[in-house]
Design a protein around this ligand. Structure first.
Ligand code: NAG
Ligand code: NAG
Length: 247
């Protein structure tokens, strides 16, 4: 009986839902594809760039390699910045205050005022050129003080990640004629909403570590490999139980 209980507990921990549900599905209710979603975000970045004359604001491109960084996270507590990426939900408070002051001084649109109070400030990091996101199987909580100085708390089951910068400070904002401080020039047509932002680096080709099971078809990605691994584990448990019973 005791043995069964232990096995049951072990098996249910193996079968627990993973923290990350899926990555790369479009995330804005108004968009119908991932590209459209990224483009909408670029449009909002461009809006700020023009409203306050930021000279070094990069275009964001979806980078699936960043999803791997999110897949390493196993709980809300694991959501943290890395050396070459930053996540939402962990805003830099100094930059946040800076942006709030900027919004006030420039009498910015209510959209920006609202966003500069939540953790969404990473969205406006001029030096970031990559973005990715994943849906979670759980909700993580975020607390913030709104523009009326009232404490708010929101829950989110989506996490956004930006790269390649791991730091964020006031000095990341350069002011001047938009596009005048772009190392690779500005985005030129064909582009819809991202034209005039700084052209960022190419998205690196996604590198997947080849493993024995995947070498043949190469069609199993990390999401589908996880349940497969649990099946293998459960079979090993059953096998182990049988061996134990024999002796
Ligand atoms: C993507 O998101 C849409 C809208 O939220 C949802 O209807 C759809 O099932 C999602 N697709 C996947 C593969 O998760
Ligand atoms: C931005 O720059 C343009 C042209 O250089 C200027 O006309 C405009 O007033 C500036 N806007 C702000 C908010 O500084």
């Amino acid at each position: 009986m005791e043995k069964l209980l232990v096995i049951f507990i072990f098996a249910s921990s193996v079968m627990a839902e993973p923290f990350i549900k899926s990555c790369g599905n479009f995330s804005l209710r108004t968009s119908s594809s991932r590209d459209e979603d990224v483009d909408t975000r670029n449009n909002i970045r461009k809006g700020l760039m023009k409203a306050v004359n930021i000279s070094n604001m990069f275009e964001l491109k979806y980078n699936p390699n960043l999803e791997d960084e999110l897949r390493k996270m196993k709980s809300c507590d694991d959501i943290n910045h890395g050396p070459n990426f930053r996540v939402d939900l962990k805003p830099d408070e100094k930059v946040k205050t800076f942006l709030q002051k900027l919004a006030k001084a420039m009498k910015l649109n209510i959209l920006y005022v609202g966003m500069f109070h939540t953790s969404a400030i990473e969205y406006f990091h001029p030096g970031q050129s990559f973005i990715a996101w994943c849906d979670l199987n759980v909700k993580c909580k975020e607390e913030y003080v709104d523009d009326k100085n009232e404490k708010q708390s929101i829950e989110t089951d989506k996490i956004l990640i930006y790269g390649p910068m791991g730091t964020y400070s006031e000095s990341d904002f350069k002011f001047g004629e938009p596009g005048s401080d772009c190392p690779n020039g500005v985005v030129t047509p064909p582009c819809e909403w991202s034209c005039e932002l700084c052209e960022g680096p190419e998205v690196p080709v996604k590198t997947t570590t080849p493993s024995k099971e995947m070498s043949a078809g190469n069609s199993i990605d990390a999401d589908s490999a996880a349940p497969f691994a649990s099946v293998v584990l459960i079979y090993s448990i059953i096998l182990l139980v049988n061996i134990v019973n024999v002796y």
